[in-house]
Write a protein that binds this ligand. Structure first.
Ligand code: GLN
Length: 485
């Protein structure tokens, strides 16, 4: 079976030198996706991929191809793709074929990137392990008895297992960064408002952002370059002038001020994870960064705030799946009964739990006590980050308190599962950009290092991440079982 090149940059160079073609890369990726032993893919869109690849080859031959032209990628199945079934990992969207593509997908189409298919995820992106998918759990290529993280587990594994050169995920509370960490690759969530959510199935609208997975920080920057920008179809995107994210990538961290929030090194963090992250901080210090301990005292409340605001928004967003407009319909005695049966059969247990939580938090009498209070604490969390970013250029933290856990280990304990995101969800609550990159192994499993920067400071964040990556070899490690599969 043909292997793909190791990185986007490498594929781009091979394509330009005519040592491979987009069609050849697409065929290899399609073959790898079809034989996928990790359950990472929900659909392979072969005909569409080959048509895109053919067009990419023509463009490369003309000599005016952008960097992502001809590069095979994988799309989380919560992002709408014209003519290609989009399920959000749920039975309730069975057979739903979007009439248009999300803006993020259109932007990649415009670059000539080649979408190979759609990847598995927790239903409606609700989860941290990919076990909540209606189409089965995704396995971690580092150890198939373990989860790859979630909710964008399929997109993380497609890249970690070398089936695609980059992928898109969505991150509402950590769903790009946490699976990137647990699968040993890079994954980043942009500032809220950087990337259009138009055409992305809504989970919690004030928290959701689309972002890339890849094997290097440079690849992440290349994909961001295509994704970022104002979209008239999404009023929450910011009309900022285009920025060159590659320009300062190699400038290093000498003289930069990096904050280490003490609240991120507390209870529950595995010793092997803490050690890898502390070593990474020392590496950055060795490169001339000024390391400073900082405090974000409201960190402890982030989980509580998230589990009020996110289910509240989800309960409103998911009201539209009623058996009339999209996907599944289970006929009942009357309209109300049809709604009831459709939603009862179509949604999984975790999605129902979130809608019940959210409806409760929004109901009369509880709205002020829970929802409004959560919004106030959200403002506090945001203000704390803002004041810290007056002093430091970026924050360095672990991405997840643990390495990949065993499938089933937390499935019956939603609170233990929710705790997985303690270090990622504050950035969503505040709307800040964050990236996770590999920083070593603990017990043979990947550990993620998180870099969080101020609003719209993705260039700074990527520069810090790249400085670390250049000095270390962790991002080159490959899952040991990949060969055997
Ligand atoms: N694990 C978190 C949740 O279950 C975050 C999910 C996400 O970012 N989509 O809500």
């Amino acid at each position: 079976m043909a292997e793909l090149p190791a990185a986007v940059t490498e594929a781009a160079a091979l394509l330009r030198a005519r040592r491979t073609s987009a069609v050849e890369l697409a065929r290899a990726a399609i073959d790898l996706a079809r034989r996928d032993p990790w359950n990472a893919w929900l659909a392979v869109s072969e005909a569409e991929a080959l048509a895109q690849a053919k067009a990419a080859d023509e463009r490369i031959a003309r000599g005016d191809a952008p960097p992502l032209c001809g590069v095979p990628w994988a799309c989380k199945d919560i992002i709408g793709t014209k003519g290609v079934e989009t399920t959000a990992g749920s039975r309730i969207l069975d057979g739903y074929i979007p009439p248009y593509s999300a803006t993020a997908v259109e932007r990649l189409d415009r670059e000539g990137a080649v979408m190979i298919g759609k990847t598995n995820l927790d239903e409606f992106a609700m989860g941290s392990s990919n076990e909540n998918s209606a189409f089965g759990a995704v396995r971690n290529p580092w150890d198939r008895s373990r989860v790859p993280g979630g909710s964008s587990g399929g997109s993380a594994v497609a890249v970690a297992a070398g089936q695609a050169l980059f992928s898109l995920g969505t991150d509402t509370g950590g769903s790009i960064r946490q699976p990137a960490a647990l699968s040993g690759i890079a994954g980043m969530k942009p500032t809220y408002g950087r990337v259009s959510r138009y055409g992305v199935i809504a989970f919690a609208s004030s928290l959701d952002q689309v972002g890339p997975f890849a094997r290097s920080v440079r690849d992440i920057a290349l994909v961001c370059q295509a994704l970022f920008g104002h979209d008239p179809c999404d009023a929450t995107t910011m009309p900022l002038p285009p920025e060159d994210l590659l320009r300062d990538l190699d400038r290093g961290v000498r003289g930069m001020r990096l904050g280490v929030p003490k609240e991120y090194f507390v209870k529950g963090i595995e010793p092997g994870v803490e050690k890898a992250v502390r070593d990474a901080i020392r590496e950055l210090e060795g490169q001339g960064a000024l390391i400073e301990e900082v405090s974000l005292p409201s960190t402890d409340f982030a989980l509580g705030v998230y589990y009020l605001i996110q289910p509240a928004e989800a309960s409103a967003n998911l009201a539209r799946y009623d058996g009339v407009r999209y996907g599944l319909r289970v006929e009942g005695a009357d309209l109300l009964d049809t709604y009831r049966r459709t939603r009862g059969a179509g949604f999984g247990a975790e999605v129902k739990r979130r809608m019940i939580l959210g409806t409760y938090a929004l109901s009369t009498g509880y709205y002020d006590a829970y929802y409004v209070k959560a919004q106030k604490v959200r403002t506090l969390i945001k203000a704390e980050f803002e004041s810290v970013f007056e002093r430091v250029d970026a924050l360095i933290t672990p991405t997840s308190p643990t390495v990949a856990f065993r499938i089933g280990a937390k499935a019956d304990d939603p609170l233990a599962m929710y705790l997985n995101d303690v270090f990622t969800l504050p950035a969503n609550i505040a709307g800040l950009p964050g990236i996770s990159i590999p920083c070593g192994l603990s017990e043979g499993l990947p550990v993620g290092l998180q870099v969080i920067a101020g609003y719209w400071q993705e260039a700074t964040m990527l520069r810090v991440a790249n400085a670390y990556e250049r000095a270390t070899a962790h991002h080159r490690l490959r899952p040991p079982q990949q060969k055997a599969a």
